[in-house]
Each structure stands twice: as structure tokens, then as C-alpha cells.
Design a protein around this ligand. Sequence first.
Ligand SMILES: [Zn+2]
Length: 288
Amino acid sequence: MFRYFLGYTYFILFLLFSTSCASKKPFAETNKVYEKQVDSLSEVIKQPLPAPQLMAAEEIPIPDIEGKRKDLEWVGTVNFNMRKPNFVIIHHTAQDSIQQTLNTFTLSRTQVSAHYVIDKKGKVYQLLNDYLRAWHAGNSRWGSVTDLNSVSLGIEMDNNGIEPYTDAQIENLLGLLDTLKTTYNIPTENFIGHGDIAPGRKVDPGINFPWKRLAEKGFGLWYDDTLQTAPTSFNPLDGLRILGYDTRNPPEAIKAFKRHYIQTEVTDEWNPFALDVLYNLYLKKTAL
Ligand SMILES: [Zn+2]
């Protein structure tokens, strides 16, 4: 009887222990991996200066991961700090739950990540230091910038791609954007969507995303209520290009623009209203 009781007690203790581990710190392990990777990156930055040595021209190496060329004499300046993000790219997760998204971003085989994730209740998760490069933009282009990951912060909205965004989610996104804009001095027009920088490949954050509401708070451009008619001499592809769109595939660039600014109709055809909107934004962008 006593042995039975002891066994039962151990069983209960085991249950308590295992459930508390599972529920308290679900990402404890990946948090450790994160810290290890940050440590190894900071070690790279702290490497001692290489001894200067001369090399034949054909042997001159490209800068290594430390950013130092061993063939040149190193004189470390004392005036520097970290590079800052200059864009914010907004995404939707296209997944069914926040848990699924957090799991995706903490599995190395997925090779995707973002700096922040906002769930439907408005809870904001931070996954990466703002100064580090997340893998959210992929093959993308905006104006002449072709490596958006290097210059941007990625924010993922928990949304399956069809449903509307919740008020709490947008409210807390606006709070986060306010902090980021002030901290890094990010220009108003540099708050854009994944679909804007990857036409034909991505559509997020989709037609339900309230870009107008964001623009009213100073995040992203929006058109005026009263629109001037676009002159016949206005070339819409030039307009899209000036805004930043990659116009190598014109129908996809038009759809990306309409998904962001028109939203009620996403085709690759121009209509007078869409043209006037584009012309209005083109004038704003050229006046910046
Ligand atoms: Zn995306």
C-alpha cells in the first residue's frame, strides 16, 4: 500500500513538473539559441584588429564577415554605432493561429522570421532585436533598394489573409509604429506592405488592411479627398515607379498598387479614379 502511495505521489509530481515546464516557457530553448547567436555575432564585431599585410592584387580578398580587409592597414575609427532600420514592412501571417506563427519563426528549417508579431487580441510579441536582420522580405524591390531585409523591420499581423483585422490589433500596431518611427526617424512614406515590394509574389497584408487609418497617423502615404484629374500626358507606369513599385511586370505592379490604395477592385486595368489616385500620390512623392 505504501509503495503504491509513493509511486502515485511520484506520478503526480512528475505530471506537475512536466506540465509546468511545458506551459511556462514554451520558447525557453529557442530563446537560448537566439542569445547564443547574438553572442557569436557580437564576438565577430569584437574581433581583434588583423595584422596589416600586403598582398598581390589578384589575392586581394573581399571584406570578410568582420568587414575588415586583411590586405589593408586597419585604423579603427572611434566614431560609429549600429545601422538603423529605415523602412517598416507589414505582413499578414496567412496562418490559422498565433501559436502556429510563433512556432514557424522559431524553427530553423523554415528560414523565415520577423521582428514583431501582433495577435488578434493586440498582444505584441518581439522576436528579434531591431538592429538585427530578420528574414521577412525575401526577393523584393522598392525603388532602387533590393535588399529590404537589411534596411527594414518586419511586422507580422496574425491574420489568415481573408478575415478582417481586429481593432485591438490595429490600435497596438499604431502604438508600435509610433515608437519605431520616433526611435529610428523612419520617413512617413517608408511604411509599406510586403505586397508592395514583391508584386506578383506576395499580396500581404491584403485588401482588408486599413492603410488609410495608418496614413492618418503618419505611417505611409494616402491620397487627398479631392482629386485632380490626371493629365493625358501622365504615364501611370512612371507614376508607379516614382512611388517605388517594381514595374518590370506592369500588370502585377498595377494590382499591387490597387491592393494598397483602391482595395475594392484589384485588377490590372486602369480606371479614371485609380489613375487620379496614382497621380495625386505621384505629386506627393515628387514633392517630398
Ligand atoms: Zn509577408
